[in-house]
Ligand binder design. Structure first.
Ligand code: FUB
Length: 457
């Protein structure tokens, strides 16, 4: 979305209603439009892979060129790792970087993603990395499945069963699977088509298809039960699910998890993970300013299973999941670790990782649940500015909350010419939501790489 458009939308919304979204935690990402969430828990961290709806649409349709990766250890502050993979990394693909899923096995990360083939139709490729944030590379040089000109080979979900057998399911309007080999980049046996019966996938309220199954399957196992969540039709999509006693069925329809709601896009997409003893349900909607069917945003809710293992109805909320623990401000924290951002973007940083960019007067970043303990005495920030610079105000509780410090940012001679600036801090003790509010003249003020507080002695 263009910055001017975001700011106009935000101002308009703020006039129409009291602007409550700035205190919300959903959608998770505000710096880009994201969709098709695929969580992966690795090393005590939730990695969230998403698709990426470009700000500028081509032909007013899905305009999707790459995937993005975020991570969190508290479910509310998410660190932006940028784009680990693009359709351009596949020599045989020509676009449509649609819904994928990443899984870890034997020291490597395998990211299964659908794309449009140069020769027409859709197919699913696999890319491999040794770091969850990539970079991922295509080891095959050709699709893993679906090379027959079909347009339905999209939305892969991958699952490794307790016996080590891995499964790849995918498809719209059909649901197909293969058994992956242990190398995760090849498979054995035939492509199997799952019978789409109403007993297995529910009765549709419209007769455009036989069942509620539409696309976006998500397969996992809890206790001895296998769950197949899916985007369900008719359009606008809701999310429904089925369960089975094995990874290959037979599937029994269990009902709707997430009905369509006022902020729904015309698609939705499930992703589920267990993290630190809690269960999380990821989905997307059109809730960001400028949002719509092709400008979607990923959200998360915490949920608990019913006693019989069924999944309750889950509503879209602005509040999102509760925070796990607090953020330590005395560690070095990446500026792109964000609960909520207003007006800014992120980009690759010359010092590694990402930095926050596109910062103008009045923009801000919220970091939630920061525990200052006995109190902070000073603050340092890694900044760069190709203009005159500006200032970072440290405010507590809201963008207009108590001012705990102001850090002047000078021009540094370039947008990637980094300098560490410091300032004193007063009145920041205990737990607060911290708002870094950027101030200065009109135009771009600075870039922001990382920050750190120092405690009182
Ligand atoms: O994001 C592009 C497509 O829209 C996905 O592949 C589908 O699941 C739907 O969300």
């Amino acid at each position: 979305m263009s910055k001017t458009f975001i700011k106009m939308s935000i101002r308009l919304t703020a006039i129409m209603v009291v602007w409550t979204a700035c205190y919300a935690d959903n959608p998770i990402v505000q710096t880009h439009y994201t969709a098709d969430p695929a969580p992966l828990v690795y090393n005590d961290t939730v990695y969230l892979y998403t698709t990426h709806d470009e700000d500028e649409l081509v032909n007013n349709f899905f305009t999707m060129n790459d995937w993005r990766c975020y991570s969190s250890t508290d479910m509310v502050n998410w660190t932006d790792h940028g784009s680990p993979l693009s359709y351009k990394d596949f020599s045989w693909a020509s676009g449509d970087a649609w819904a994928g899923q990443c899984i870890y096995r034997n020291g490597k990360f395998y990211f299964y993603v659908p794309m449009k083939l140069k020769v027409g139709g859709k197919a699913i490729g696999v890319a491999v990395a040794t770091d969850p944030a990539g970079p991922f590379k295509d080891p095959l040089g050709h699709p893993l499945v679906g090379n027959d000109g079909s347009w339905g080979d999209i939305d892969p979900t991958v699952f490794i069963d307790d016996d080590g057998q891995a499964y790849l399911y995918w498809g719209n309007p059909y649901l197909r699977y293969v058994k992956l080999n242990e190398d995760m980049i090849s498979y054995s046996g035939d492509v199997v088509e799952v019978p789409l019966t109403t007993e297995s996938f529910g009765v549709r309220s419209k007769d455009d298809r036989a069942t509620q199954y539409e696309e976006g399957p998500w397969l996992y196992k809890r206790n001895d039960l296998y769950y197949m969540l899916f985007a369900a039709g008719p359009i606008p999509e809701h999310i429904a699910y089925s369960t089975a006693p094995s990874a290959v069925g037979p599937w029994t329809f269990r009902g709707v998890i997430m009905p369509t709601q006022p902020t729904s896009a015309f698609t939705n997409h499930p992703g589920v993970c267990e993290y630190k003893g809690n269960w999380y349900f990821f989905y997307h909607n059109a809730a960001l300013p400028g949002g719509g069917g092709f400008n979607r945003s990923v959200c998360v809710e915490q949920f608990e299973y019913n006693e019989d293992g069924t999944i309750p109805t889950i509503k879209m909320t602005k509040k999102g999941a509760p925070q796990i623990g607090h953020l330590n401000p005395y560690d070095t924290v990446q500026a792109e670790t964000i609960c909520w951002a207003s007006g800014v973007k992120t980009e690759r940083c010359s010092e590694g990782g990402m930095n926050v960019c596109n910062i103008e007067n009045g923009d801000y970043i919220k970091v939630k649940g920061v525990d200052f303990g006995k109190g902070a005495a000073s603050f340092e920030a890694r900044v760069a500015s190709g203009s005159e610079g500006g200032a970072i105000e440290i405010r507590l509780g809201s963008p207009k909350g108590t001012l705990a410090g102001t850090c002047a940012v000078p021009g540094t001679g370039g947008w990637q010419t980094w300098k560490t600036v410091t300032c004193t801090v007063d009145g920041a003790a205990g737990v607060h939501d911290v708002f870094f509010v950027f101030t200065g003249e009109s135009g771009l003020l600075m870039n922001f790489n990382w920050w750190k507080f120092h405690p009182v002695k």
